[in-house]
Design a protein around this ligand. Structure first.
Ligand code: 3PG
Length: 390
């Protein structure tokens, strides 16, 4: 693909699609990781003398209607603070925007525009007409073929990848395409159903797959152990068995927790009980891996050459069920492996335990990160490749 950093942007109208879809509460940004990740791109364009227009979505508003709740105003204000310069928010921009050289304007939430989500051609052409150079930098939204992530790039005079998108693709490619081995993937989270394709595709490329969270419960059931009232998916037990058999055929395994931490109800105050997995009773809910299991998974992580982490292994929001996620997060941070992590809950755990500095690469993608792990071609990347062919 063509890279933004290889282009001369001086005096050009540069339209940058970022993923500034960040949590906002009471008009304030509560986590600015995605805004910070986009800063180098924005600063590069400013310094290069571009007329910078930023666009992003925020949330999932009803299309065609402005709503205060989904306005990018708090994001523009927050960005202005980080940049130390004004960021003007423009509401009506489809017929053109005046921007000075070195100035940054933010275009209001693209999902207020009818046709954004269905990648409407007329809307895409309007976006494209705003600029000389279209920069796709929104890795977190690269799995969406929408007017601002895909169509705009098809019709813009020049379309290129921004530094953040390029860095994400490079880091994820390094982990999965040509990894230092052994490659260990740890996939947690609540449901097998939402991650079945991720598990399938990872199990083909990794040397060791570790499952945790509600996902592990389905594997525990597949091994014939009781799971009590735990979240698990009875209809996916056979899939879990198949994945375990396939791993065995390759000479490995997908380990199942030998001990677990249980509670009687999903609540912050429910007492925790650590027990062997065989001793889970009818009214138990499994909320974390036990200490023996955590130690054995940590030793697998310590031997890794590359680690891919998506999803906590327990209900780490409740302290009595946080030890497993904390121990494994620390094992990842301490390992010499090239480690990448992504996904909203994973990032929350990384923040909670202060691991960020010691993880090699933290992706800004949630759904996009998962689709990359699934081995899917991200539509926005496909568009850039198409454009690079000329
Ligand atoms: C995300 O947060 O995963 C991206 O910003 C995409 O948002 P969406 O799922 O609403 O398209």
């Amino acid at each position: 693909v063509i890279k933004m950093t290889d282009l001369d942007l001086a005096g050009k109208r540069v339209l940058i699609r970022e993923d500034l879809n960040v949590p906002v509460k009471d008009g304030k940004v509560t986590s600015d990781a995605r805004i910070r990740a986009s800063l180098p791109t924005i600063e590069h364009a400013m310094k290069a003398g571009a007329k910078v227009m930023l666009m992003s979505h925020l949330g999932r508003p009803e299309e065609g209607v402005f709503s205060e709740e989904n306005s990018l105003k708090p994001v523009a204000d927050h960005l202005a603070g980080l940049l130390g310069s004004d960021v003007r928010l423009v509401r009506d921009y489809l017929d053109g925007v005046d921007v000075a050289e070195g100035e940054v304007v933010m275009l209001e939430n693209v999902r207020f525009n009818k046709g954004e989500k269905k990648n409407d051609e007329a809307l895409s052409r309007k976006y494209a007409a705003l600029c000389d150079v279209y920069v796709m930098d929104a890795f977190g939204t690269a799995h969406r073929a929408q007017a601002s992530t895909h169509g705009a790039g098809q019709y813009a005079p020049t379309a290129c990848a921004g530094p953040l998108l390029a860095a994400e693709l490079e880091a994820l490619g390094k982990a999965l395409d040509n990894p230092r081995r052994p490659l260990v993937a740890i996939v947690g989270g609540s449901k097998v159903s939402t991650k079945l394709t991720v598990l399938e595709s990872l199990s083909k490329v990794v040397d060791q797959l570790i499952v945790g969270g509600g996902i592990a419960n389905t594997f525990i059931a597949a091994q014939g152990h009781p799971v009590g009232k735990s979240l698990y998916e009875a209809d996916l037990v056979d899939e879990a068995k198949r994945l375990m058999a396939a791993a065995k055929e390759k000479g490995g395994d997908i380990p199942v927790p030998t001990d677990v931490v249980t509670g009687k109800e999903f609540s912050e105050s429910t007492p925790a009980d650590t027990k062997a997995v065989a001793n889970v009773s009818d009214d138990d809910m499994i909320f974390d891996v036990g200490p023996d299991t955590a130690a054995s998974y940590a030793s697998l992580l310590r031997q890794a050459g590359t680690i891919v982490w998506n999803g906590p292994v327990g209900v780490f929001e409740f302290d009595q069920f946080a030890a497993g996620t904390k121990a494994l997060g620390e094992a990842i941070a301490e390992s010499d492996a090239f480690s990448i992590a992504g996904g909203g809950d994973t990032l929350a755990a990384i923040d909670k335990y202060g691991l960020a500095e010691r993880i090699s690469y933290i992706s800004t993608g949630g759904g996009a990160f998962l689709e990359f792990l699934e081995g899917k071609k991200l539509p926005a990347v496909a568009m850039l490749e198409e454009r690079a062919k000329g």
